[in-house]
Design a binder for this molecule. Structure first.
Ligand code: FPP
Length: 244
């Protein structure tokens, strides 16, 4: 790594680091196409970048990193691409689970896992179980996740509890968050590869998040790119609707 990059990485330590970071990992297909490779090659490199960014987020003491790996809309993709994406968690965890353990990283997931093949479900649940006592970064993989679906499921669960008289019919914003897959507020949302939209990701949780859209494709999004985002976050003036 060049000296400039090392300095940029080190200088982030003194910065205001976001507690919860979410990333829409976009551009795998375009990255591969530009190199004359199949789309799956972009997803493969994209999975390796999960390791890179999780280690860096852990090093910077980010508490939770939420990655959009598979949306409820991604089932519309060709079967061979879906089938490759279903195999990727297995490939990823067999390569990196030891390193995640060494670095004290805890794996969790958000979304309806049940729709995936049994083997995919098994490897994800195994990684969650194996790392459950770790106390460093929480690496949350959003998989078969859609924010509207998450909100509808939360409302259904709440309504059932009221009907069954398990709770009173009153609900604060904070309490409602606990009915979602992801209860935390997101501080920083990053989307790679140039598109500037949210694509049904964390609609409730990003109410006051800082948004960063970068043109860099996810397979090229490395520690240095991540540090640049943290630096930009540090320079933003967050007022949460109030005055300073
Ligand atoms: C978006 O790029 C990317 C995805 C839909 C899949 C992201 C998945 C990974 C990075 C790997 C998941 C691995 C694990 C371990 C959970 P795109 O295909 O939409 O790119 P394009 O917009 O250029 O076509």
């Amino acid at each position: 790594m060049e000296r400039k990059s090392i300095l940029l990485r080190i200088s982030t330590i003194a910065m205001n680091v976001p507690e919860t970071v979410a990333i829409i990992m976009d551009g795998n297909g375009r990255w591969a196409k530009a190199k004359g490779l199949p789309r799956t090659a972009g997803h493969k490199k994209g999975a390796d970048q999960i390791r890179t960014i999780a280690l860096e987020a852990n090093r910077l003491h980010v508490k939770k990193l939420i990655l959009y790996a598979f949306s409820t809309e991604n089932w519309k993709r060709p079967e061979d691409e879906i089938s490759y994406l279903c195999k990727l968690p297995g490939i990823f965890f067999s390569k990196f689970i030891n390193e995640l353990m060494e670095k004290n990283i805890r794996v969790t997931f958000a979304g309806e896992l049940e729709r995936f093949p049994k083997e995919t479900q098994k490897v994800i649940r195994k990684a969650v179980d194996q790392t459950k006592k770790n106390t460093g970064l929480e690496l949350c993989i959003a998989i078969n996740y859609g924010a509207r679906r998450e909100i509808v499921l939360g409302i259904k669960k709440y309504a059932c509890e009221v009907l069954n008289k398990e709770r009173e019919n009153d609900l604060s914003e904070e309490e409602f968050s606990s009915y979602l897959f992801i209860p935390e507020n997101v501080d920083l949302l990053i989307r790679t590869s140039g598109e500037e939209r949210i694509s049904n990701f964390l609609l409730w949780q990003i109410a006051y998040a800082e948004l960063i859209f970068t043109s860099v494709a996810w397979p090229d999004f490395d520690e240095e790119q991540f540090a640049l985002c943290i630096k930009e976050y540090d320079q933003r003036d967050r007022r949460f609707g109030g005055l300073k």
